[in-house]
Design a protein around this ligand. Structure first.
Ligand SMILES: [Zn+2]
Length: 105
């Protein structure tokens, strides 16, 4: 999950709304490990976002206007438990998992 959000909006809830809208436009990314990927429910994404206060949970960078991902701590994309997920910036995600391969046509 990666996207960029412009920082015009004030509150994190506005930001989450923008994020929700952007989900439709976002192309799917193939998981590195081909396990059955379970979609992270939006309510859960919101909770993780609120938990992190809009910051990367790895390095603390504010996630406004930069790309970020939901990272599965156990590297199992079929395991969308809140305790298994953290919101992190793209930089940290690449560090943790390596670059995400491009989807084959
Ligand atoms: Zn980070």
């Amino acid at each position: 999950m990666s996207l960029t959000i412009k920082p015009e909006k004030g509150s994190i809830m506005d930001w989450i709304e923008e994020y929700e809208k952007s989900l439709d436009k976002k192309p799917e990314i193939e998981p590195k490990i081909r396990k059955k990927r379970t979609k992270i429910p939006f309510g859960l994404q919101k909770r993780i976002m609120a938990r992190s206060r809009g910051k990367c949970e790895n390095c603390g960078t504010l996630l406004f206007n930069i790309k970020f991902d939901f990272h599965h701590k156990n590297y199992d994309p079929s395991d969308p438990r809140e305790s298994n997920l953290m919101v992190i910036c793209k930089k940290c995600h690449v560090k943790l998992t390596g670059p995400v391969p491009k989807k084959k046509l």
